[in-house]
Ligand binder design. Structure first.
Ligand code: NDP
Length: 314
């Protein structure tokens, strides 16, 4: 009897989990690995003629542990594909003019194809003014107004890594966006706004929701493709999602469970939403790795652009 009592809830749990995981996983980790190995081959092919590999400079100020982890990850990925990484890790008390000088130096450095200013910066620094000073052709985060302007106009240019990663993931899984209702929750300049423009470019009918949008569930339930970039664990539950929707979770939140263990979750209540969605991204392993892959891709594009005599005629 004791055994059955222990087993029953366990079995129920097992079958519920089996039944509930109906959505296909949009596997950003696997796709990012594939992209990175293609980039690695491309770099090997070009660097003999160009005489150097692509170079990325990641500028980080202060010791924010989350930023430090992201930067380590980006630099490691750089090295894995055979790119040079020029890490610039500066103390918290770095001044605006010291950073301006550094960006100016990196703009002129021929070994550097991409410059990434890791955000957020300490409060005494004006990040917008610094982002404007990065040479647009080295702006691999796509946040310079010139590159954002190209996006608004639907022209070629360096695109923000996270939204570009989401689009690449949808494309890889052949998610048709034409005429579909896409809802983006979040309107930051880093994710929500550029992503909405990219979805529009792909001919989706786009709605952007944010903290002042009344009746969020009604908006999210209208989505064939729902993308959240908010930063609130379990903001989106199954009742807020249209059955068979495509669901992409950009959010990254660190939570502590009942046992005191900390882990990363997104904005979507994965277990319940996976039961009814057609496709869903996991966190971690969804959009995060795609962001890094797009950063490398942008740096290689910028390198190729600067050495067109070789890269246009392989
Ligand atoms: P921001 O804080 O800049 O923006 C959050 C957005 O969410 C805002 O537009 C805000 O609205 C909106 N929002 C907040 N609360 C609600 C709510 N209750 N209902 C609806 N909308 C709400 O964050 P980011 O865009 O920089 O990042 C969003 C999330 O994505 C974070 O978790 C971040 O860690 C993650 N992220 C993940 C990346 C990845 O590679 N996977 C890369 C970048 C970010 P309002 O504008 O009205 O305030």
């Amino acid at each position: 009897m004791y055994g059955r009592k222990v087993l029953r809830p366990y079995l129920l749990c097992f079958f519920l989990t089996m039944e509930s995981s109906t959505a296909n996983i949009l596997d950003g980790k696997a796709l990012a690995q594939r992209i990175q190995s293609e980039l690695q081959q491309q770099i090997q092919q070009w660097q003999g003629s160009i005489g150097r590999p692509p170079g990325l400079a990641v500028v980080m100020v202060g010791d924010n542990p989350a930023s430090a982890a992201y930067v380590r990850n980006k630099e490691r990925s750089c090295q894995q594909v055979g790119m040079n990484s020029f890490g610039q890790h500066l103390p918290t008390n770095t001044t605006q003019s010291e950073l301006e000088q550094l960006i100016h130096t990196l703009n002129l450095d021929d070994r550097v194809d991409g410059i990434l200013l890791q955000l957020p910066l300490p409060e005494h620094l004006d990040s917008v003014s610094l982002l404007y000073q990065i040479a647009p052709d080295k702006d691999v985060d796509g946040l310079h107004p010139l590159n954002l302007g190209h996006l608004v106009r639907g022209e070629a240019g360096l695109r923000s890594c996270t939204p570009a990663g989401v689009m690449r993931l949808l494309e890889a899984y052949k998610i048709d966006l034409q005429g579909k209702r896409a809802v983006v929750v979040g309107r930051s300049i880093l994710v929500g706004k550029p992503l909405a423009l990219m979805l529009l470019e792909a001919n989706a009918t786009v709605t952007i929701a944010h903290s002042r949008s009344p009746d969020l569930p009604a908006i999210t339930r209208s989505a064939d493709v729902l993308i959240t970039a908010v930063g609130r664990p379990k903001l989106i539950t199954a009742e807020m999602v249209k059955p068979q929707a495509v669901v992409v979770d950009v959010g990254i939140n660190r939570v502590t469970d009942e046992t005191g263990k900390s882990r990363l979750v997104g904005d979507i209540d994965f277990e319940s939403v996976a039961a009814t969605a057609a496709f869903i991204t996991p966190v971690p392993g969804g959009v995060g790795p795609m962001t890094v892959a797009m950063l490398l891709q942008n740096t290689v594009s910028s390198y190729a652009q600067r050495h067109q005599s070789v890269t246009k005629h392989p």
